[in-house]
Design a protein around this ligand. Structure first.
Ligand SMILES: C=CC1=C(C)c2cc3[nH]c(cc4nc(cc5[nH]c(cc1n2)c(C)c5CCC(=O)O)C(CCC(=O)O)=C4C)c(C)c3C=C
Ligand SMILES: [Fe+2]
Ligand SMILES: [Fe+2]
Length: 363
């Protein structure tokens, strides 16, 4: 094992804090070649596909990476923005805004973003932060709900970097914010704004990214956290049980995934007479292929083909004021938990220690 060589430690220098905002990652271009590189890295992660390695590598390289890249590239092309992939564009904007907002609130810290798959990698950004002198790094995965496939995979990658790093910064991780009041309030505000502008559908469908159903039995909290976000959002909007649904999208492979599935549910709604639906994706902090293509295009078409008449997609929080307020406030509360530079008045603590010592001596 070799460790990285680093600038010598300067004794007595003040702690320097940094924030690393991590998202999933996205291909560099809407092309089959770029998709092949991206999918090869993403789908080789044992946190994402939990089947025996050898079998999976044969399927992945023998079938999936031959067929899927071209199909997925065409889908990406349909949502590509002039600055690049939507997930990249929104994540970069959120990072810039976080830097500005936290700065205005008096936090002297560097904010960077990293992608779990593709670029900029988590390791490269952690190296850059260390080189800039960061001694404390708060790692903020963009996912509101915790899952092994997403949040834990970010932690794995940070741990891999740590294994090679001599002088580690203090590290903290935000595991989840699915039930934080600021986050629920931001979602509710985005739905209310949408209703005000476009009118209100008969049902609000809350569509979350899926996971294999077995992850629920294996102890992954993701399903429960999605349901909780859904319930809290419904409460914030004053919706009754018959006015909203929680569904799961983006099934991958043939195994059973978390149910109910989004698209079949939308078709059933249309078939049973629901004409107008609003769809929101509260598991995604930013719009991406899965929301813009799979929901706003494909699922919409399926609903209309099945007899629905109006399908309104409610965008993710992206760089909205309410969304940024939520991200900033969540980051801030985690940053404030870090000990401050100024020595606290420890006289009460000292007296307590003396009492404990005296009690111990007489016991
Ligand atoms: C929001 C949380 C996400 C979970 C949980 C998740 C699990 C998961 N995903 C796949 C397979 C794919 N996902 C893909 C895209 C994708 N997934 C998420 C988020 C979660 N995934 C996002 C934000 C995106 C969009 C990325 C973008 O560039 O816009 C894709 C790639 C696209 C495609 O080819 O369909 C795959 C593949 C699995 C297997 C999984 C859990 C087991
Ligand atoms: Fe995914
Ligand atoms: Fe998808």
């Amino acid at each position: 094992m070799t460790f990285k060589s680093e600038a010598p430690y300067r004794h007595g220098s003040a702690p320097k804090t940094a924030l690393l905002f991590c998202n999933l990652g996205t291909p560099e271009a809407p092309t089959a070649a770029a998709l092949r590189r991206y999918l090869a890295q993403f789908l080789s992660d044992p946190r994402v596909v939990e089947i025996p390695r050898l079998v999976w590598m044969l399927i992945l390289h023998g079938i999936i990476l031959r067929v899927r890249p071209a199909k997925s590239a065409a889908k990406y092309a349909s949502v590509w923005m002039k600055e690049g992939s939507p997930l990249k564009v929104w994540t970069e904007r959120q990072t810039k805004l976080l830097q500005g907002m936290l700065g205005e609130r008096g936090h002297r810290l560097e904010v960077r973003h990293a992608m779990r798959y593709g670029n900029p990698s988590i390791a490269s950004q952690l190296d850059a932060l260390r080189a800039a002198g960061a001694t404390r790094i708060l790692v903020f995965p963009a996912y509101p709900q915790y899952s092994g496939a997403t949040t834990a995979s970010v932690v794995d990658d940070v741990a891999r970097w740590a294994l090679k790093t001599r002088h580690l910064p203090e590290l903290r991780f935000i595991n989840r914010y699915h039930d934080e009041s600021v986050f629920i309030a931001a979602l509710a505000e985005s739905v209310l704004k949408h209703w005000k502008q476009h009118g209100r559908g008969e049902k609000l469908v809350m569509s979350f990214h899926g996971l294999p159903a077995r992850t629920l039995q294996l102890g992954d909290p993701y399903h429960c956290e999605c349901l909780k976000t859904g319930r809290m959002l419904a409460e914030a909007l004053g919706l009754g049980k018959d006015q909203y649904l929680v569904t799961f999208q983006s099934r991958f492979g043939k195994a059973k995934w978390l149910e109910p599935y989004t698209e079949p549910t939308l078709k059933q709604l249309a078939a049973s007479g629901t004409r107008r639906v609003d769809v929101v994706c509260p598991g995604f902090s930013a719009d991406c292929l899965e929301t813009l293509e799979e929901i706003a295009q494909e699922a919409q078409q399926a609903f209309l083909d099945a007899g629905g008449s109006e399908f309104r997609y409610i965008p993710c929080l992206n760089d909205s004021a309410e969304g940024m307020l939520a991200l900033c406030s969540i980051a801030e509360r985690h940053l404030l938990g870090w000990p401050t530079q100024s020595a606290p008045d420890d006289s009460a603590l000292r007296a307590q220690a003396e009492r404990a010592r005296a009690a111990g001596a007489t016991a």
